[in-house]
Design a protein around this ligand. Structure first.
Ligand SMILES: *[C@@H]1O[C@H](CO)[C@@H](O)[C@H](O)[C@H]1NC(C)=O
Ligand SMILES: *[C@@H]1O[C@H](CO)[C@@H](O)[C@H](O)[C@H]1NC(C)=O
Ligand SMILES: *[C@@H]1O[C@H](CO)[C@@H](O)[C@H](O)[C@H]1NC(C)=O
Length: 273
């Protein structure tokens, strides 16, 4: 049977624990409330030359639906004279913009009020490859994030069947890829691949697989260090049925996010202790 003294003692201990937990929670909320951070959903994007690419950059605040005001955004590129883009006082300010980006870059003014400063780059060129920095300042804080844009060319192969051979033709690849054929069991088959290069240095790929069995699904992988295209092709009575998807090299963006989560946790521990 517990004595009154013991009951009071344990009640006190419980209260102290509960209050400490509350204080820690309040402190954590107060500090995190003033924390805003500039982030990117992809710090190592790969753009297809000739197409448009969105470079993601946004201000992450505590609120679910942020409304930020007095936003100014500057996009710069390492080693570049002048700017990629600047937005200030409610309008684009392009007097210092490098001519390489003139008319090819834009922000989304409608989403700036939510802290979204993503940059749309049109008609990406090989020379756009490099290290970009997005800086945001606003009433709700700011910061910067680095984004490493890499450029490549990649296109899905088209398949044809003639004289007992399955032929894959892909006309835009850079850097130079390699081609691997697999049978339905995943065994590597010997194909015959040839390349030709356009004046712009882009490779066109033709790969021939022979012999092939009708109705068997063959896999054709075209890959370089940046992009992998995986196609499944099946010769049918009336032609070839095909289906392709792309995957992108993620090594560097994975590393970047692992690094980010480590710094974030160190940061939190620092504030909580
Ligand atoms: C920012 O805006 C762009 C363009 O509207 C959109 O594609 C992107 O998803 C937005 N990003 C965020 C984090 O809201
Ligand atoms: C075609 O099918 C036969 C019998 O299933 C198999 O032995 C052979 O390896 C196949 N050939 C190819 C190119 O897949
Ligand atoms: C094909 O290229 C990729 C990327 O460059 C490389 O990792 C892979 O080893 C190559 N495969 C062959 C069979 O050469």
């Amino acid at each position: 049977m517990a004595t009154l003294g013991q009951i009071i003692f344990y009640s006190m201990i419980t209260l102290i624990v509960v209050f400490s937990a509350l204080i820690i929670l309040i402190l954590a909320l107060t500090f995190s409330g003033s924390l805003s951070e500039v982030m990117s959903s992809n710090k190592a994007p790969i753009a297809n030359i000739g197409e448009d690419k969105l470079l993601s950059c946004y201000l992450k605040t505590q609120s679910e639906k942020p409304r930020v005001s007095q936003v100014s955004v500057t996009w710069t590129k390492k080693g570049l004279q002048g700017l990629v883009y600047r937005y200030e006082d409610g309008a684009p300010d392009l007097k210092d913009q490098n001519s390489q980006f003139r008319g090819r870059t834009e922000l989304f003014p409608d989403t700036l009020v939510t802290g979204n400063a993503s940059l749309l780059m049109r008609n990406v060129r090989r020379s756009d490859e490099g290290e970009y920095t997005c800086s945001i300042s606003s009433s709700d804080g700011g910061g910067k994030v680095n984004i490493h844009l890499r450029t490549a060319a990649f296109s899905a192969p088209k398949f044809t069947f003639s004289n007992g051979a399955l032929v894959a033709e892909a006309n835009r690849w850079l850097p130079k890829p390699n081609v691997t054929w697999l049978n339905p069991d995943g065994d590597v088959l010997q194909g015959n691949t040839s390349f030709s290069q356009s004046s712009a240095g882009i490779y066109s790929v033709v790969s021939v697989l022979q012999p092939v069995n009708i109705s068997s699904a063959y896999t054709c992988r075209i890959e370089n260090d940046l992009v992998i295209s995986v196609s499944t092709a099946t010769v049918t009575g009336s032609g070839v049925s095909e289906n392709t998807y792309f995957t992108y090299s993620a090594a560097s963006s994975l590393l970047a996010s692992a690094y980010l989560s480590i710094t974030t946790s160190v940061f939190c521990i620092y504030y909580l202790t």
